[in-house]
Ligand binder design. Structure first.
Ligand SMILES: [Zn+2]
Length: 111
């Protein structure tokens, strides 16, 4: 599918033609430029990578919740120690992927 980029705000439109006006910033159709194949492919890859970051964040949230439950249960000090360390790693994963996603959005890679 063809991709069109708003030259004013960077919004990417998927379709045979550019939209009548940009849904994000409102400029008219003439402000859209068609992306060449390489640029369109990069947009697809960026979307896929951002979805993978979102999945990693979701998994880390689940890990964080499991660790929090384990800490609350507090069967023995060894378990609490493992859950505490694992929860910190889950936070690290969330932070890393969220920071990278925001970086992509800042660079206009978010298709
Ligand atoms: Zn726009």
């Amino acid at each position: 599918m063809k991709k069109w980029k708003c030259s004013a705000c960077g919004y990417i439109h998927d379709g045979a033609e550019a939209p009548e006006k940009c849904p994000k910033c409102g400029v008219p159709k003439e402000q859209f430029v068609e992306l060449d194949e390489a640029a369109a492919s990069l947009v697809e890859r960026s979307r896929n990578t951002n979805a993978l970051h979102a999945h990693a964040i979701d998994l880390a949230r689940q890990l964080e919740a499991a660790c929090a439950a384990g800490i609350k249960d507090a069967l023995d000090p060894g378990c609490v120690d493992v859950f505490t360390k694992s929860r910190e790693m889950a936070w690290q994963v969330m932070k890393l992927s969220m920071t990278e996603q925001q970086g992509h959005m800042g660079k206009g890679k978010w298709g």
